[in-house]
Write a protein that binds this ligand. Structure first.
Ligand code: HEM
Ligand code: NAG
Length: 325
């Protein structure tokens, strides 16, 4: 009898431990239903605000998508990019890849204000950014996907990590592949996610050396870009914008890959995806099959959104996305 009760005791302890482990494991998983009861109107609030923003300025869909990418690549998708610099706090907004180019923060502020009014202290800024990025893509004609939720917001940011871990437009293919591998993303994911450049714009400083010095470029395209992007640095031309997709910069589609086939990638890094290397076949496939691109892009966005989220009791739900509570 004693043996039996010992056995039962052992079994209950084992099942308790297993249950606790499962609970912890479950905490680390994001779920599309995370706010189903605590903030049922969340999706609608974000969608309406994104539609208003894009009606005001089409480019905002692109700008928000890029914010999400730059958030996830720096210590995970934790809204660290949204924190403002203060005299005593250095955030990521002035890191090289973000300074004078990361934009759309006011849109996230507007959404957060409305979400707080509907369900206060509940929804993280990191989750708002993830949903807003998806909605921007959808509103510009791209694919949709379910956004897993349950991220919490960081209380820290890292300018140094933003400077070193966000890939550079001047990099060659191996460095680009490594930058994504460091975040658990494959070269295939990278090539699909780079299709984000089917929308939005870049400053002359980011493509100057490409249009003056690269050889794998359509000469007519280079000549056209040179008319608004002077060869010398330091003048007002530095900030002059060009579309990343020369065909349809405000429509999400697969034209970006067609551009690459025509040697009309705007950034050096864009053309690296189609320059005789390992990604040529995939670029060719996406250029001829928008559905394949959409499916892979959506999958890779979910994967990127899973980079090191803060969950459970980690981090916080910021009241204002620009400052730690
Ligand atoms: C493969 C590595 C990547 C590099 C080197 C890169 C680089 C850049 C650069 C230099 C710009 C222009 C910034 C400026 O004007 O200063 C830009 C813009 C943009 N990037 Fe990327 N990017 C990469 C991947 C991605 C990914 C994965 C996404 C999203 C899925 C993305 C979305 C965007 C968007 C939407 C814009 C336009 C933003 C706007 O118009 O406001 N990029 N990127
Ligand atoms: C092109 O390359 C030359 C030689 O490396 C360099 O001196 C020049 O600054 C480059 N031009 C641009 C616009 O990047």
């Amino acid at each position: 009898m004693a043996t039996f009760s010992n056995l039962f005791g052992t079994i209950s302890i084992i099942s308790l431990v297993l249950t606790l482990q499962l609970a912890c494991f479950a905490n680390a998983q994001l779920s599309p239903d995370f706010y189903a009861t605590t903030c049922p109107n969340l999706r609608g609030i974000v969608r309406v605000a994104m539609r208003e923003a894009i009606d005001r300025e089409l480019r905002l869909g692109a700008s928000i998508l890029r914010l999400f990418f730059h958030d996830c690549f720096v210590n995970g998708c934790d809204a660290s990019i949204l924190l403002d610099d203060t005299p005593t706090f250095t955030g990521e907004k002035n890191a090289l890849p973000n300074r004078n180019s990361a934009r759309g923060f006011e849109v996230i502020d507007t959404i957060k204000t409305r979400v707080e009014a509907a369900c206060s202290n509940t929804v993280s800024c990191a989750d708002i950014l993830a949903i807003a990025a998806r909605d921007g893509v959808v509103l510009l004609g791209g694919p949709t996907w379910e956004v897993p939720l349950g991220r919490r917001d960081a209380t820290t940011a890292s300018q140094a990590a933003a400077n070193t871990q966000i890939p550079s437009p001047f990099s060659a293919l191996p460095a680009l592949i490594s930058a994504f591998a460091a975040k658990g993303l494959t070269a295939h994911d990278m090539t699909a996610l780079s299709g984000g450049h089917t929308i939005g714009f870049a400053r002359c400083t980011t493509f100057r050396s490409r249009i003056y010095n690269d050889t794998n470029i359509d000469p007519n395209f280079a000549a056209r870009r040179r008319t608004t992007c002077p060869s010398f640095a330091g003048g007002s031309g530095d900030d002059s914008l060009a579309p990343l997709d020369i065909q349809t910069p405000n429509r999400f589609g697969n034209d970006y890959y067609v551009d690459l086939l025509n040697r009309r990638g705007l950034l050096h890094s864009d053309q690296e995806l189609f320059n005789g290397g390992s990604q040529d076949g995939l670029v060719r496939a996406y250029s001829g099959n928008q559905n394949a691109f959409y499916r892979d892009f959506a999958d890779a966005m979910v994967k990127m959104g899973n980079i090191s989220p803060l969950t459970g009791i980690n981090g916080q739900i910021r009241r204002n996305c620009r400052v730690v509570n």
